[in-house]
Each structure stands twice: as structure tokens, then as C-alpha cells.
Design a binder for this molecule. Structure first.
Ligand code: NAI
Ligand code: UGA
Length: 447
């Protein structure tokens, strides 16, 4: 296997994980960032994000001298054969992807380029961005050196990013010149993955088309769940029955409060914007977005149906991250739901095993952050489950039941069987599954 010298610009979730995995399989990698404090921490082998398994791989890469971290982006660019752009492309006010960081990275490359390089876009970018990157680099370098642009979108998931990267199901390589595509294919050889070579435009669109398709599956099953609530069917049974058809499959049919995170919300908006710019209509996508935004609010309706007014009610919120195994709260449903609870006058106590600090930056101190599930639910009038962390699902609910003022559990992620929770004495309400009347129980803690 040929070992490449790689620079990764942007050491966030994607840049850090993919850079570390490239080093793990034998390439020489320098991860760069403009965020000096992040790089300082990484140099001390401190991982700025919560991502299972990443710390071990970073330490190993550094010890073996194949993984380095720097703010000296110019030097890293000059020393590299292949440069990955992995900076953020957040949503702008209008819903389109903000390309400011990509443009900065491209101009930086153009300013210091010192020979032939393959420049690879890993960030999720609108169709046409590859051409723009070539233009920005060409302008900044006065076209002194030749280079190739490749689009190589990333498909890893947060929370299982290292696993996804090392076991990638496919790598998409969009390039104009076969020679450039061959270099990126060779670089991926150790992963033993399926390689799909396409045009730059197709590769850029594959990323959005994939994320929006997955988002569509989620909005679809959530709409079915809402129908189940009205018709008395059980969405878990429906999803199971659907999934047995291999053309449909079981994955991404978990009903709940909808998708969040740094990608599905922003990428659905970005594709919608791209569609409008192209003068096309994409009404399914409109419905996916709209359904997801409504879905988050359904737990509040369910709460009000049980409690009446929320004013003065003590609500325990379990789970703040947008999904388990990450401390990422970007566009997490909790950040929409909790402000609505506060607006309605509820007193909110919240717990998340790792994301409380991140949530505090957004929600502030109107929420009381608790150190455990037990402390959070104590004396509460209702408990809302927003993230299906193992620590939350596996808690001793039999014990927790007796410490709640009212054992009302609104499960936004369908974590348990309704029968089991009813058996434990909970007034248990989930998403798209029939209500099972609770068993009369025992004493509770006097309030
Ligand atoms: N987070 C995820 O799970 C996935 C993200 N993506 C895409 O990958 C891209 C990156 O996403 P994340 O890693 O989540 O972003 P992030 O926000 O975690 O990290 C981006 C990093 O880029 C740095 N940066 C910004 N401008 C820079 C510059 N000019 N030079 C050097 N560093 C710079 C920032 O300081 C930050 O550390 C986005 O386009 C995203 O849509 C794709 C697949 C998965
Ligand atoms: O482009 C990206 O950033 C990434 O976006 C998603 O990954 P991620 O956002 O990390 O997490 P997912 O596991 O896809 O979950 C996204 C959201 O959908 C929700 N979800 C997922 C699956 C499901 O069946 N139901 C459901 O509500 C999750 O709770 C979460 O809020 C994609 O799965 C990755 O392939 C992609 O690379």
C-alpha cells in the first residue's frame, strides 16, 4: 500500500475522525485548524468531542508518529500530496449552506500551494462547489501550479464515527480526471470498501440525496406513528412488518420526536434551497422538513393532554444530545422542546450523561442541570425522554417510579414496551403506540 502525506483542514467531527482513521491505516496525516485551543488540547491528546473509541486511536496515531495536529496550515498544505477540506458548512439565514469556511480554506490553499496537489472536499457542499473551489484556488495561486479537485463526501454518523469510518460501506469519488480519482481510490484501499467513481456534481449530490432520503424515512415513519395514535395501531409493529420487505429494510424506521443534529436539518434545508435555485420543485422534501418540525412539538401536546396547564409543573427532561453517544446538541430536539416548556411556565430539570454543558451554552441557566436520572425525576410531575441513552433506558425504573410525584412518562423515543411500563405503574405515553392503562401501585414519596 502506498502511504500518502495528507493534510486535513478543519479538525471537527469529520476532520478529526477521518484524519485519525487515515493515520490508523498507515498514511501520514496532519490535522489543522484555526481554533488554536482545540489544537492545543489535541496535542495533549485530549479529545474535544465525545466519540467512542476515538481517544485510543488518536493516542496510537500520535505515538506512531503518523498523526499530528497544527495551526500552521500553510506548512501542512505545502507538505501534503492530498489535502482534505473538512470545515463546517452551517446553515445560513436563507437555508442554504454557508460556504465561507470552504472559501477561506480554498484561498489558503491557493495562496501557499507549491506543487501538484489533489484537493478533496469532504465537507457537505452544494452542487457546483467543486468548480468554485477550483476557481478560488486558481485565483489565489494565479494558476501557477496544477491541481485536481475531487469530491469525496463523508457518510459517518456521530456516536459511531470511528466504526463507520473504519468499516465504510462505500466511498464516492467525484473527479474530472481519472488519475486524480485513482489517487483517492488508492488512499482508501486499506479500508477495503466499495469505490464509486462519478462526476464531481454527482458526488456532491449523492451526499444530499442520501441524507435527505434517510430524513424522509424518519418523517415517513413519524407520520405513520401519528396515524397509529389516531387509529389504535402500533407503529413498532407496522415498522417491523414494513422492514421485513428487503426493498424497504428495518433501518431508519424508528418513530419518535424526529431527527436533529448538525446534518439532517441543515442538509434538508440546503437541498431545498438548491432545488429552488435550479427552478425545480421537490414537494416530498418540503413535507419531510415540515413533518420533522411539527413532530418535535407532539410531546408537548401529549404532556398538556395529561397535565392540563404546564405552569408551575415540574418536568424532568432526560436526554439533551440529538442522539445517544454524542455530546453534540446542534439542532437537537431538546433545544426546541425545552424553551417551549419554559415559555409555558414549567420548571425544567434536565439530565444528559455528556451533553449538559453544551446544552447549557444554548439554554442557559433557566434549566436546572442534574447529575443523575434519579435526581432529575425526583418529585417531578412528568418526565420526558428525548434521547435514548443506555444510561437512561437501563435505569432502575421500578425504583424511580416511587420517587416521582406523578409517574407520568412521555417517551419521545419509544424506549420501552408499554406493557412493561404500565406493569411498573407508569402512566406511560409513547409515540404511535397504544396506551396501556397503568397498574395501580404503591406508595410514593410525599411531596
Ligand atoms: N458531523 C458529522 O457527523 C458529519 C459532518 N459532515 C459534514 O462535514 C463538514 C464538517 O462537519 P463537522 O466536522 O461536524 O464540523 P465542525 O464544526 O465540528 O468542525 C469544523 C472545523 O473546521 C474548523 N475551521 C473552520 N474554518 C477553518 C479554516 N479556514 N481552516 C482550518 N479550520 C477551519 C473549525 O474551527 C472547526 O474545528 C460539514 O460540511 C458537515 O456537513 C459530513 C458527514 C458527517
Ligand atoms: O451528514 C452527516 O452528518 C451524517 O448524518 C447522519 O448521521 P448523524 O446525524 O450523526 O446521526 P443519525 O444516526 O443519522 O441520526 C440523525 C437523527 O435522526 C434520528 N433518527 C434516526 C434514525 C431513526 O430511525 N429515527 C430517528 O429519529 C436520530 O435520533 C437523530 O436525531 C447520517 O446517518 C450519516 O450517514 C451522515 O454522514
Amino acid at each position: 500500500m502506498k502511504s500518502y502525506s495528507i493534510a486535513v483542514i478543519g479538525t471537527g467531527y469529520v476532520g478529526l475522525v477521518s484524519g485519525t482513521c487515515f493515520a490508523y491505516v498507515g498514511h501520514r496525516v496532519v490535522c489543522c485548524d484555526v481554533d488554536a485551543s482545540k489544537i492545543e488540547r489535541l496535542k495533549r491528546c485530549e479529545i474535544p468531542i465525545y466519540e467512542p473509541g476515538l481517544d485510543k486511536l488518536v493516542a496510537e496515531g500520535m505515538q506512531q508518529g503518523r498523526l499530528r495536529f497544527t495551526t500552521d496550515i500553510d506548512a501542512a498544505i505545502q507538505a501534503a500530496d492530498v489535502i482534505f477540506i473538512a470545515v463546517g458548512t452551517p446553515m445560513s439565514q436563507t437555508g442554504e449552506a454557508n460556504l465561507d469556511y470552504v472559501q477561506q480554506a480554498a484561498r489558503m490553499i491557493g495562496t501557499v500551494i507549491n506543487g501538484y496537489k489533489v484537493i478533496v472536499t469532504k465537507s457537505t457542499v452544494p452542487v457546483g462547489t467543486g468548480r468554485l473551489i477550483a476557481q478560488w484556488i486558481g485565483e489565489a495561486s494565479h494558476n501557477q501550479y496544477s491541481f485536481d479537485i475531487v469530491s469525496n463526501p463523508e457518510f459517518l454518523r456521530e456516536g459511531s464515527a470511528v466504526y463507520d469510518c473504519l468499516n465504510m460501506e462505500r466511498t464516492v469519488i467525484g473527479a474530472d480526471r481519472p488519475e486524480a480519482a485513482a489517487i483517492i481510490a488508492e488512499l482508501h484501499e486499506p479500508f477495503g470498501t466499495v469505490v464509486l467513481k462519478t462526476s464531481i456534481e454527482s458526488a456532491e449530490l449523492i451526499k444530499y440525496a442520501s441524507n435527505c432520503f434517510l430524513a424522509m424515512k424518519i418523517s415517513y415513519i413519524n407520520s405513520i406513528a401519528n396515524l397509529c395514535d389516531q387509529l389504535g395501531a402500533d407503529v413498532d409493529e407496522v415498522a417491523q412488518g414494513m422492514g421485513l420487505d428487503s426493498r424497504i429494510g428495518h433501518r431508519f424506521l424508528q418513530a419518535g420526536i424526529g431527527y436533529g443534529g448538525s446534518c439532517f436539518p441543515k442538509d434538508t434545508y440546503a437541498l431545498r434551497h438548491l432545488t429552488k435555485e435550479a427552478g425545480c420543485s421537490f414537494s416530498i422534501l418540503e413535507a419531510v422538513i415540515d413533518t420533522n418540525e411539527q413532530q418535535r412539538l407532539i410531546v408537548i401536546d401529549k404532556l398538556k393532554q395529561s397535565l392540563g396547564t404546564l405552569a408551575g409543573k415540574r418536568i424532568a427532561v432526560l436526554g439533551l444530545a440529538f442522539k445517544p453517544n454524542t455530546n453534540d446538541v446542534r439542532d437537537a430536539p431538546s433545544l426546541t422542546i425545552i424553551p417551549k416548556l419554559l415559555e409555558a411556565g414549567a420548571i425544567v430539570r434536565a439530565y444528559d450523561p455528556v451533553a449538559a454543558e453544551e446544552a447549557r451554552h444554548v439554554l442557559g441557566d433557566q434549566v436546572v442541570y442534574m447529575p443523575s436520572v434519579q435526581d432529575t425525576v425526583m418529585y417531578c410531575d412528568a418526565c420526558l425522554i428525548l434521547t435514548e441513552w443506555e444510561q437512561i433506558v437501563e435505569s432502575d425504573w421500578e425504583k424511580l417510579h416511587s420517587s416521582m410525584s406523578r409517574p407520568l412518562l412521555i417517551d419521545g423515543r419509544n424506549c420501552w414496551s408499554a406493557e412493561k411500563m404500565a406493569e411498573l405503574g407508569f402512566e406511560y405515553i409513547s409515540m404511535g403506540r397504544p396506551f396501556v392503562p397503568q397498574r395501580e401501585t404503591s406508595l410514593r414519596v410525599p411531596v
